[in-house]
Design a protein around this ligand. Structure first.
Ligand code: PLP
Length: 379
């Protein structure tokens, strides 16, 4: 099969769990090129993954240098760069210790296990429209019925409370609850930003009953909203933070960070690949790049959302959602035709999560294409 047969090959040989149109062949910072050579400004960034953009030279160099020295060694040995990455992450996130995973779902599975070990309790509380992953553990705390129900019964058992409804949350949390999973801004739901006192209310409810507060920052973390963590905008300190997506610029990695006193002891958790030398090199270089660009993220986000103000965007840094409705797929298609990749999250919400390195010129061009697509589709 040659490269031009990718659509037929996919249809014949790959399980049809995704629907897709374009093959992206190469990328550089905020731009990608498809298999036909067409150029796009990428406002999807692998769904908030390519934080430093595509193939950022510093990240690519760090991965290549590490690949020339050691690709894998197992956690039976000290892993080059692992402790330093853990130190850096806990410092910028205000946590105490780290443990690595290979994805967001796995990081959340780790959080479920750690909360159960620490509290001796079994049950969890999470929120409507929340997304925490598709492994059986993380799916248990994920709300969307269409992806959950085929796999029932799921374990651990989870009570879902309306996102933003503090009174219902207070009723749901009691002394039998191990932890509350919350996205400080819901991503897959379409960039839903909760009321100001919601996050601090969760903290209080957890404290009252000895439940752990688990901030799922898989999508919102690593500078996406203009701070290392979205929860840092609220001043609330959770017990556990989970990270993945933007942590290593697209190299698969997840992380679980915990406050002092919460840790896996010998033999309680582990993974063959997690926190390996390549992932650590990718993440450490990603953090070095983000440290330089983080101060500009709020300004860039404002520039972008100001230009989309006619559509009432919900925005925090470079994480934006616009309620479009049933025409969202048509807007997505038109933007792609005109050279801008955007994505429809749940319920007809257009989601924009471009690389944090996106330039002002790229923002201006992307905004004009999105505005034109929205105007054209409405007519
Ligand atoms: N948590 C959140 C908030 C997410 O947005 C996602 C993925 O979209 C996940 C967890 C699952 O991450 P992964 O796909 O890496 O397992």
């Amino acid at each position: 099969m040659n490269d031009m047969d990718y659509r037929a090959g996919d249809a014949r040989y790959y399980m049809p769990a995704f629907s897709r149109e374009i093959m992206i062949e190469r990328g550089l910072l905020s731009k990608v090129w498809d298999a036909e050579g067409k150029e796009y400004i990428d406002c999807v960034a692998g769904i908030a993954v390519c934080s430093t953009g595509h193939c950022h030279p510093e990240v690519t160099r760090a991965i290549c240098e590490q690949a020339g020295k050691l690709i894998h060694c197992s956690n039976l040995y000290y892993v080059p760069g692992q402790a330093d990455l853990a130190r850096k992450l806990v410092e910028v996130c205000g946590m105490y210790k780290a443990f690595f995973a290979n994805s967001g779902a796995e990081a959340n599975d780790g959080a479920i296990k750690l909360a159960r070990l620490a509290t001796g309790r079994k049950k969890f509380v999470a929120f409507t429209h929340g997304f925490h992953g598709r492994t059986l553990g993380s799916l248990s705390v994920t709300h969307k019925p269409a992806i959950r129900e085929p796999f029932l019964p799921l374990e651990p058992s989870c009570t879902f409370v309306e996102y933003g409804d503090l009174e219902s949350l207070k009723k749901a949390v009691d002394k039998t609850v191990a932890g509350v999973f919350v996205e400080p801004i819901q991503g897959e739901a379409g960039v839903i930003i909760p009321p100001d006192d919601f996050i601090s209310g969760i903290r209080e409810a957890c404290d009252r009953h000895g439940a752990l507060m688990i901030a799922d920052e898989v999508q919102t973390g690593m500078g996406r909203t203009g701070k290392w963590l979205a929860i840092q905008h609220t001043g609330v300190l959770p017990d556990i933070v989970t990270l993945a997506k933007g942590i290593a610029s697209g190299f698969p990695m997840g992380a679980l960070l915990a406050r002092e006193g919460l840790e896996f002891r010998k033999g309680e958790h582990g993974s063959t690949f997690a926190g390996g030398p390549l992932a650590c090199a990718a993440a450490r270089s990603t953090i070095r790049v983000i440290e330089k660009i983080l101060p500009d993220v709020p300004k860039k986000g404002k520039r972008f959302s100001d230009q989309l103000s006619a559509h009432n965007p919900r925005a925090k840094g470079l994480m934006m959602g616009i309620t479009v409705g049933d025409t969202c797929p048509a807007v997505q298609k038109k933007c792609a035709e005109d050279g801008v990749l955007v994505n429809c999250a749940a319920d007809g919400n257009l989601r924009l999560v471009p690389p944090l390195v996106i330039t002002n010129d790229e923002i201006d061009l992307a905004a004009s294409v999105i505005n034109a697509a929205m105007a054209g589709i409405r007519r």
